[in-house]
Design a protein around this ligand. Structure first.
Ligand SMILES: NC(=O)c1ccc[n+]([C@@H]2O[C@H](COP(=O)([O-])OP(=O)(O)OC[C@H]3O[C@@H](n4cnc5c(N)ncnc54)[C@H](OP(=O)(O)O)[C@@H]3O)[C@@H](O)[C@H]2O)c1
Length: 238
């Protein structure tokens, strides 16, 4: 039996890529998993869907009302939902910046606030899916990389607040380089040749590699608080 057996977890963006793999990994460990996203038909079968567009704060509040009716307590929140447009600061569109800000940053703060109100005072866990682009800015970082730097700031800021309140809740992040998911196609939109070159030269991480790191964070002994796990393919140059 795993220490995650019987725990209740909410995974945002469980309909695709990394979130889907994390939800599956938690289910394999015997956790009860709720998957929050728009395409609820695509979450793992054994997870419970909660339909929500995280760009909308009221919809997030409503999603947590539904969650509270389904379960009295929550042990784990994985803030994974994210979007990556290749949107430069010189020429990008404000519409895309808004969406990345709302999904990658603001929703992380809002979901964390709601989740913490439901977490058992003996200690819940939040894991934010950040990015290598939250540690260094790649040449194409545009507006996406700053949103991931903000996730790093949010993670550390919330940890400070929890410590100041003598809370037993823990917060961590996981920061992958390129992972082979649909998000990469959006990021390379209009630069399909670059994506082909990347695929030929680099074996990207797989979504389940990130899920393994999330399990490592969640299964750490109670006295061990992991701050961040940075991982990239051995082939990734920058
Ligand atoms: N792939 C990479 O190379 C890579 C590298 C580093 C970090 N990351 C991070 O990993 C996380 C997951 O990305 P992924 O690669 O797995 O991408 P993905 O396959 O495109 O999945 C993105 C997920 O986010 C959800 N999402 C997007 N907008 C949403 C919205 N408005 N409301 C609710 N859910 C929304 C999507 O669900 P619905 O469409 O069903 O709503 C989907 O489940 C992101 O935070 C991303 O920044 C990815």
């Amino acid at each position: 039996m795993s220490m995650l057996t019987g725990k209740v977890a909410l995974v945002t963006g469980a309909s695709s890529g990394i979130g889907h793999a994390i939800a599956e990994a938690l289910l394999e460990r015997g956790a009860t998993v709720f998957g929050l996203c728009r395409k609820i038909g695509k979450i793992p079968e054994a997870a419970t869907p909660i339909s929500c567009d995280v760009r909308n704060p009221e919809r997030i509040a409503h999603a947590f009302e539904i969650l509270r009716h389904a379960t009295p307590t929550l042990d784990i929140l994985v803030n994974n939902a994210g979007i990556a447009y290749l949107s430069s600061l010189l020429e990008g569109e404000v519409k895309e910046w808004n969406e990345m800000w709302e999904v990658n940053v603001r929703a992380v703060a809002i979901c964390s606030q709601h989740a913490l109100r439901m977490m058992n005072p003996e200690g819940g866990r939040i894991v934010n899916v950040s990015s290598l682009s939250g540690h260094r800015v790649p040449p194409t970082g545009g507006f996406y990389a700053p949103t991931k730097f903000a996730v790093k700031g949010l993670t550390e800021s919330l940890r400070n607040e929890l410590k100041a309140a003598n809370s037993l809740h823990q917060i961590a992040s996981v920061s992958p380089g390129f992972v082979d998911t649909p998000l990469v196609n959006t990021y390379f939109r209009g630069r399909e040749e670059d994506l082909s070159t990347l695929r030929e030269s680099t074996r990207m991480l797989e979504a389940r590699d990130i899920a393994r790191s999330v399990l490592h964070i969640l299964e750490a002994p109670a006295h061990v608080e992991i701050g961040d796990v940075v991982l990239r393919s051995v082939d990734q140059k920058v």
